[in-house]
Write a protein that binds this ligand. Structure first.
Ligand code: DX5
Ligand code: ZN
Length: 214
C-alpha cells in the first residue's frame, strides 16, 4: 500500500509541511484544491499553488473539490502531476474532463461524495486510472472516518476483479493507525492530520504501511 499525504490540516505553514512530507517516506503528495463553491472553503489560486509546489519532488496526487474541473486542467498540467482526480458530482462533462486530463499524459481519477451511490461511477471505470473513495464529506481535514466506506471499498474491489479492470483504488478521510486496518484492500491511502499533526511524519507513515505490506 502506498501513502499519499495531504497537507491541508497542519500546524505548520503549507511550505514547511510540504518540506517535511518531502523529507519523509511518503509516496505521494496529496494536493486538495477547494473553490469555495463545490465545498465551502477556498484554498488556492493557480499562481499560489504553482509557487507553493515549484520545488516539489514527490509525485503529485491532485484532488479537485471544484465545480467545472475542466477549466483547471491545462494550468495544473504544468505541475506535471501523476494523478488529477475530480468529483463525479462537480460537472456534466465527465468524459470530456477525463480526456482533457489524459491529453496531458496525466492519469485520470474520479471520486464521489460518501452519499452518492457507488454505481454512478461504474460507466466510467474502463476510462480511468484511479477511483478515490471519500471516507469523509469533502472539504475539511480531521473528520471522523465514515464506517460505511468499508462496504463501498469491498464492493468496488469485487467489481474491479469481476470485470477485469485495472484502476487503482484510493481512500481519503479519517485514515489513522486504527482505520487503516479496515481498508487494507486499497492501493493508495490518503492521510492528512494523522501525519501532519504529529512531530515525526516518517514514524506515522511507517505505522500505516506496517499494517498492510501490500
Ligand atoms: C478532505 C480532504 C482530505 C483531507 C484528509 O476533504 O480531501 O484529503 O485533507 O485529511 P484527514 O486525514 O485529516 O481526514
Ligand atoms: Zn483529498
Amino acid at each position: 500500500m502506498k501513502i499519499s499525504v495531504s497537507y491541508l490540516s497542519s500546524d505548520y505553514s503549507p511550505e514547511k509541511t510540504i518540506y517535511l512530507i518531502e523529507q519523509s517516506n511518503a509516496d505521494y503528495l496529496h494536493v486538495d484544491l477547494m473553490d469555495g463553491g463545490f465545498v465551502p472553503r477556498k484554498n488556492f489560486t493557480i499562481q499560489s499553488l504553482t509557487n507553493l509546489l515549484k520545488n516539489h519532488e514527490l509525485p503529485l496526487d491532485i484532488h479537485l473539490m471544484v465545480f467545472d474541473p475542466l477549466i483547471y486542467i491545462k494550468d495544473l498540467s504544468r505541475l506535471q502531476p501523476e494523478y488529477i482526480t475530480f468529483h463525479l458530482e462537480s460537472t456534466k462533462d465527465i468524459v470530456k474532463t477525463i480526456s482533457e486530463i489524459k491529453k496531458y499524459q496525466i492519469k485520470a481519477g474520479l471520486t464521489l461524495r460518501p452519499d452518492t451511490p457507488l454505481e454512478e461511477i461504474y460507466p466510467y471505470l474502463s476510462f480511468i486510472d484511479l477511483v478515490l473513495i471519500m471516507s469523509v464529506n469533502p472539504g475539511l481535514g480531521g473528520q471522523k472516518f465514515l464506517e460505511e466506506s468499508v462496504n463501498r471499498l469491498e464492493k468496488l474491489y469485487e467489481y474491479r476483479q469481476a470485470n477485469n479492470l485495472n484502476f487503482q483504488i484510493s481512500i481519503d478521510g479519517g485514515i489513522n493507525n486504527e482505520t487503516i486496518k479496515k481498508v487494507s484492500l486499497v492501493d493508495i491511502a490518503v492521510s492528512g492530520s494523522y501525519i501532519c499533526k504529529s512531530k515525526d511524519y516518517t514514524k506515522q507513515i511507517t505505522s500505516l504501511k506496517e499494517t498492510n505490506q501490500k
